[in-house]
Design a protein around this ligand. Structure first.
Ligand SMILES: *[C@@H]1O[C@H](CO)[C@@H](O)[C@H](O)[C@H]1NC(C)=O
Ligand SMILES: *[C@@H]1O[C@H](CO)[C@@H](O)[C@H](O)[C@H]1NC(C)=O
Ligand SMILES: *[C@@H]1O[C@H](CO)[C@@H](O)[C@H](O)[C@H]1NC(C)=O
Ligand SMILES: [Cu+2]
Length: 161
């Protein structure tokens, strides 16, 4: 193979590697709802969610003593009323991990007695997968590193010419 052919091959391989690695560079975040307080009444989940960057692919873990609480995904209207929705999925394992699969608002309540009206409810806004806009965004440095590596590979390829 000619030298130019080799260089082109190298450039193609470097580019392909970067394209293939991009999805993995944007790592998902696993959130424990309420952090050390877990899932319980009389905790401000709005304050907990404030400033967090929820993305498609991230997970929410609702952790509580099995039998004492549960988790129902509900519509926005039912969230306000603290009522279950017709298509709510009841989760009650005590360690309910939910993967955020789509963008948009997601509403969760506890369906046990009056817990929901005692603040045991969470609403979040899920954004598309990608580089967080926040100042201390996690995956951003990894992406920058990959871009730099790709650039270096291409420069190296040029130098061979
Ligand atoms: C919960 O926190 C939010 C955001 O910090 C605040 O606006 C709201 O008033 C708080 N709710 C209660 C009941 O303290
Ligand atoms: C609750 O989650 C289930 C399973 O993902 C889904 O089929 C259902 O539509 C959801 N219901 C609401 C009210 O979001
Ligand atoms: C919410 O509650 C109000 C008052 O009880 C009721 O009129 C309304 O239909 C309820 N909305 C939903 C979505 O259940
Ligand atoms: Cu509860």
């Amino acid at each position: 193979m000619s030298r130019v052919g080799r260089v082109l091959q190298l450039a193609v391989v470097a580019t392909a590697a970067v394209v293939l690695l991009l999805p993995w560079a944007a790592t998902a975040t696993d959130y424990k709802v309420g952090d050390d307080d877990g899932w319980r009444p009389s905790y401000n989940y709005t304050a907990w969610a404030t400033g967090k960057d929820f993305r498609v692919g991230d997970t929410l873990a609702f952790v509580y003593t099995k039998g004492k609480h549960n988790v129902l995904n509900v519509t926005g209207d039912d969230f306000k009323n603290c009522t279950a929705s017709s298509n709510s999925l009841l989760r009650d394992s005590g360690n309910d991990v939910i993967t955020l699969k789509t963008e948009g608002k997601k509403w969760y309540i506890c369906g046990v007695r009056d817990h929901c009206s005692k603040q045991q409810k969470l609403v979040i806004e899920v954004l598309q997968t990608g580089t967080p806009a926040g100042p201390s965004g996690g995956p951003a440095p990894a992406l920058a590193g990959l871009a730099a590596a790709a650039a270096a590979a291409l420069v190296a390829a040029m130098a061979v010419l």
